[in-house]
Design a protein around this ligand. Structure first.
Ligand code: KMH
Ligand code: ZN
Length: 272
């Protein structure tokens, strides 16, 4: 099996310090969290940024500060800014970080409910616009799929040349409004992607660990971190996203999966 790529989603847009005081907001906190995850074995940092008070922002200037800070302490790590941002943001707002020419960025492949009254909007034309802008800048997209239909959308658009191939998917499972975080549904998603694709598995909340372990067994890759989960176990808040990374490194060892360095991850994902 290929080496295991671990992505650490250190911040997210929705989780707060009220839920876990270790969620990073400031540039310094974000840089420190990225470094801890990198030291623990993460090859990719999935990056959202915040104002100092925790408000999610897609400001290019704020992303630049964080990216420069992360690169100063872990120069080879792959930084994958979010183009999803937070629900309610406009396309132009969300697209700001790609102007910094990161190696990777997320490409959200469909609209879904996102809990309560929130709707995460990604129309077909938005997906095409986001993807074509990434192609123009040679940015490798990670296709975020919250449901099976979003795989079908990504495949259809890739056949029309709108999305770069081979496709790399992130199955984001267990969102309130997306596909459930069950092993049955993970198998369904895995069976639904083209044979030459790669995939990462993110489980939101309690389903995270089971799905991560399944991904390790199935030859997929793994995303962990505060964006998806604040607890290592019931009632036990993580001190850092790196805690989840460390746990995955230990589990991967048991299953004989070696951990990919950032450069090995670039090769696996076809990032030039
Ligand atoms: N915060 C969610 C609404 C992404 O990073 O591309 C969207 C999200 C997906 O987190
Ligand atoms: Zn995200």
């Amino acid at each position: 099996m290929e080496k295991l790529i671990i992505t650490s989603a250190i911040c997210g847009a929705e989780v707060t310090k009220e839920q876990n005081p270790n969620v990073p907001y400031t540039v310094q906190e974000i840089v420190s969290e990225a470094k801890k995850s990198y030291d623990a074995g993460a090859a990719i940092i999935h990056l959202h940024v915040r104002e100092d008070d925790g408000t999610p922002t897609q400001s290019a200037a704020r992303f630049k500060e964080c990216i420069d800070g992360i690169k100063a302490v872990c120069p080879d790590v792959i930084i994958q800014p979010s183009t999803g941002g937070a629900t309610g943001m406009s396309s132009d707002e969300r697209l700001q970080p790609i102007t910094l020419d990161p190696e990777m960025a997320t490409l959200d492949c469909g609209t879904c409910n996102f809990g309560g009254d929130e709707i995460f909007v990604n129309t077909e034309n938005m997906i095409i616009e986001f993807s074509e802008k990434m192609i123009a800048r040679n940015i490798k997209p990670e296709c975020e799929v919250f449901d099976k239909s979003m795989i079908d959308m990504a495949v259809r658009l890739s056949k029309k040349g709108h999305i770069q191939t081979p496709l790399h998917f992130n199955f984001v499972m267990g969102v309130n409004g997306g596909i459930s975080g069950t092993v049955r549904d993970l198998l369904f998603l895995r069976e639904s992607i083209p044979a030459d694709s790669t995939f990462t598995v993110s489980g939101v909340g309690r389903c995270q660990l089971d799905l991560n372990i399944m991904a390790i067994i199935m030859g997929g890759h793994v995303r962990v971190g505060f964006e998806d989960n604040l607890y290592l176990s019931k009632g036990n808040r993580a001190e850092s996203s790196a805690d989840f990374v460390k746990r995955i490194v230990d589990i991967a060892k048991i299953y004989g999966r070696e951990i990919a360095t950032p450069d090995e991850a670039r090769k696996i994902l076809g990032i030039k």
